[in-house]
Design a protein around this ligand. Structure first.
Ligand code: ATP
Length: 309
């Protein structure tokens, strides 16, 4: 029998007054899966995860987290999940270890705090006041607080927003570590690279709806299908195009005819054909690329928007 889903969402709706922030969404997150909700500001990501965490009431639909309804069985859910909110604000004078111990006291299970702080490179900072921590250290502390109860599901709401690229990479490797430990993770982000790198599957949300769902690779293939193949040669390419070249995928040449690009549904086949053609003509290859569409291309194609506006 397949294992029950860690999270199941059916027809979920949430209105704030007359404004519908979430308009009937559905998804499942399997145990051990890293699932991403990707979307621009205001898409409804935070609303969705906070309903799953038992922090907001839904207006309609069914939700199950580890088999519990977060609206009715809030304590059972809260005890078993870890949450890193978009902004964690602790008292300025609170020390790192003190905060971790305080949070651990809320749960029926707790982890080895020294080991946790060491793993998140916070052990040296254990006596530091919250106000003296850097942005990256605050975010690592937020992750530590989300992990104090050995959670079965970790919710990370925009874990790297506002952090500089170096710190973002650091947080990414910490999340990858959690992924390797087969933790179930639901993360929201508006960074494409983050979703591509960390998530097994992604749901793209826009204006309260899920407009696409799948692995990053599936989404790229389903929506755009074609890759772009680019070849460059040392000398101009032959005037005669390759024999039997399919008319629906025309080759585009640069003005000096040293570069050709083509949109290709089977890029590997296209590369072989192009290389054979150039070899037969005695043209020396200078460069060769296959460019797959990115998740950002998918998002723009589906919504007409960019993610970070
Ligand atoms: P962001 O990336 O900016 O966090 P999001 O996708 O998480 O965006 P939500 O925070 O879920 O989006 O907000 C979805 C919509 O609901 C937005 O238009 C927001 O203004 C609105 N909204 C959120 N919380 C409330 C609230 N408590 N009262 C009224 N409207 C709200």
């Amino acid at each position: 029998m397949p294992e029950p889903s860690a999270i199941s969402v059916r027809g979920l709706k949430k209105s704030y007054g007359s404004f519908e922030a979430v308009r009937g969404i559905e998804f499942e997150v399997a145990q051990g899966e890293v699932f991403g909700l990707l979307g621009p500001n205001g898409a409804g990501k935070t609303t969705t995860v906070e309903i799953l965490e038992g922090l907001r009431q839904r207006s309609g639909g069914d939700v199950s987290v580890l088999g519990y309804d977060p609206a009715a069985e809030t304590m059972a859910v809260k005890d078993r999940i870890g949450v890193s909110l978009q902004a964690t604000n602790l008292p300025e004078k609170m020390q790192v270890q003190e905060a971790t111990e305080l949070f651990a006291a809320f749960y029926s299970r707790s982890t080895d705090i020294a080991a946790l702080l060491k793993r998140l490179q916070l052990w040296e900072k254990r006596a530091a006041h919250y106000s003296t921590l850097s942005g990256g250290q605050k975010q690592r502390l937020a992750l530590a607080l989300a992990m104090v109860n050995e959670p079965q599901i970790v919710f990370l709401d925009e874990p790297t927003t506002g952090l500089d690229p170096q710190v973002r990479l650091e947080i990414h490797s910490l999340i990858e570590e959690l992924r390797n430990q087969q933790r179930t993770i639901l993360l929201t982000t508006h960074y494409i690279e983050e979703a591509e790198r960390l998530c097994h599957r992604v749901a793209i949300m826009d204006e309260g709806r899920i407009i696409a769902i799948g692995t990053p690779r599936e989404l790229q293939q389903r929506v755009l299908g074609h890759a772009r193949v680019e070849v460059a040669t040392v000398a101009p390419m032959p005037d005669e195009p390759p024999a039997d070249w399919p008319a629906e995928f025309p080759l585009h040449f640069s003005a000096d005819r040293r570069k050709a690009t083509v949109s290709a549904p089977k890029p590997a086949r296209t590369v072989v054909d192009l290389v054979k053609w150039l070899e037969a003509a005695g043209a020396e290859l200078d460069d060769l690329h296959i460019k797959r569409p990115t998740l950002e291309d998918v998002f723009i194609e589906l919504t007409g928007k960019t993610l970070r506006d």
